[in-house]
Write a protein that binds this ligand. Structure first.
Ligand code: ASP
Ligand code: MG
Length: 469
């Protein structure tokens, strides 16, 4: 469908009755002009609340579970009452209660079991998006738009990596074409849940936290959309986090690769996997602010109009850990130790943010998210149990007092001396550099520093490269 627009509304854009009304305003306007399919996140905080409920359940805290269920019920009832009235409201309230009951059943099951099987977690936390999609669809119908809620379980087919599933695009395409295309052709407006999917044999999965962006790009790809608009609460993709850098500016246009690198290295605007499904079809993406309709937003495209522009933006992350693996004996093959370490990382389903190695003994270190640390350590200790027990390997070292800064831009290649200038700017702030990683694409330079130096280093790099307004 040539002119099809896919739009995604994030958690804050669905955060209250008032916000959902504004999102619906946008839907009504756009839908009057072209076919549109919408993806929604859960109301902001709801996924966290769902997870917290399950944690209470796992810990045997029945009171905590009931309290969270009450809060979740109240939040959605209140929102629904602010959006709808009369029979539409009553019917939707019943629908919400049914969805929450499904969640309550799983939570009470976890309470009885004393553990949270990943499959049940995925099924449970997907209810956040089902609740928000039911509300906005009912509200839109009330306003005369033929909207209908779709559970992505029936559309997005994934592998069975619970909690961080990947889509199977061909199967998803078939389902989307069968289920959504006819409705779109009749001028109806599907509102699909973000974040969730199901395996080929129907087991519920989720795409990882913040995964609704990814859902949106998957849908845009399989429906051959003309464009994807991602609505959030910021004006677009910025040259730096405005809380750290006062003159950070919104970028008018960036490439897919730049956006993916920024997301991967900690910029919160987009889920890191969002761009991948769009690349082949070159579907452009707009990052827009549903709180500020006058802001033009950032356009994400295969190549920018002005060609590669050198450094574009600086990001940082502090919820990271630097893990070092250090052979004590030169008799061990460093390369084999590395290979086995990477296998352990893969088994832990962890993402390596930076990887560096040096010295003839080939000790090496890698940076991962703190949230992935327990699983990584478990897998590493399992893989090297013999070497560790016999002292062939020093105990695995974890440094939590670190942060990652990354500078991203296509065409940094053509800027000789850039790395030197950046390092000088950082050291002038007396920030010590612990590790450096630059891929051969030269799209990103990653620098690991002490946590306390992160903000200073971000400002210094942003300034040195003249990225601000
Ligand atoms: N609701 C999910 C989360 O909070 C997915 C999303 O918002 O993108 O992670
Ligand atoms: Mg989100």
């Amino acid at each position: 469908m040539k002119s099809l627009l896919v739009m995604k509304f994030g958690g804050t854009s669905m955060g209250s009755a008032e916000r959902i009304r504004s999102a619906a305003d946008i839907c009504v306007q756009v839908h009057a002009q072209r076919p549109v399919a919408v993806i929604v996140s859960a109301m902001s905080k709801v996924t966290d609340m769902l997870l917290e409920t399950l944690r209470h359940a796992e810990g045997g805290d029945e009171r905590g579970v009931e309290e969270m269920l009450r809060k979740l019920g109240e939040k959605h009832r209140e929102c629904c009452a602010g959006l709808l009235d009369g029979t539409a409201r009553d019917e939707t309230q019943i629908q919400l209660a049914e969805i929450l009951n499904e969640f309550a059943r799983i939570a009470r099951g976890v309470l009885m079991l004393g553990e949270r099987p990943p499959r049940s977690v995925d099924e449970a936390i997907a209810v956040g998006e089902r609740l928000s999609s039911a509300m906005i669809a009912a509200h839109l119908r009330n306003r005369g738009v033929e909207a209908f809620a779709v559970n992505a379980r029936d559309v997005v087919v994934t592998d069975a990596v619970f909690g961080n599933a990947s889509p199977l695009m061909e199967q998803t395409r078939e389902k989307a074409q069968n289920l959504l295309r006819p409705a779109l052709e009749q001028g109806r407006l599907p509102i699909m849940t973000g974040f969730n999917g199901a395996t080929m044999d129907g087991r519920a999965t989720t795409l990882g936290r913040g995964g609704s962006d990814f859902s949106a790009s998957i849908l845009a790809s399989v429906l051959d959309a003309e464009e994807l608009w991602i609505w959030s609460d910021v004006d677009g993709i910025m040259s730096a986090d405005p809380r750290l850098v006062s003159n950070a500016k919104v970028l008018e246009e960036i490439t897919y690769r730049e956006a993916a690198e920024l997301a991967y290295n900690g910029a919160k605007v987009l889920h890191p996997r969002t761009l991948a499904p769009l690349m082949e079809k070159e579907i452009p993406v707009w990052s827009k602010n549903s709180f500020n309709l006058d802001a033009p937003g950032t356009r994400i495209v295969p190549v920018t109009r002005n060609g590669p522009m050198g450094p574009r933006a600086v990001t940082s992350m502090t919820n990271v850990a630097l893990v070092s693996v250090d052979p004590a004996s030169a008799a061990l093959s460093g390369t084999k130790i590395m290979a086995r370490s990477l296998e352990a990382l893969a088994a832990a389903n962890a993402e390596v943010l930076a990887l560096t190695s040096s010295s003839y003994r080939q000790n090496f270190c890698f940076l991962i998210r703190t949230s992935e640390l327990p699983a990584v350590i478990e897998k590493l200790e399992e893989a090297f149990s013999i070497e560790l027990a016999h002292g062939y390997l020093h105990p695995i070292d974890v440094d939590l007092d670190v942060g990652l800064i990354a500078i991203v831009g296509e065409g940094m290649k053509g800027h000789p001396g850039l790395a030197g200038r950046i390092f000088t700017a950082i050291s002038q702030q007396s920030v010590n550099i612990i590790a450096i990683a630059q891929g051969s694409s030269e799209l990103t330079i990653g620098i690991v520093v002490r946590k306390e130096g992160v903000e200073k280093a971000v400002r210094a790099m942003h300034e040195e490269c003249g990225l601000g307004a």
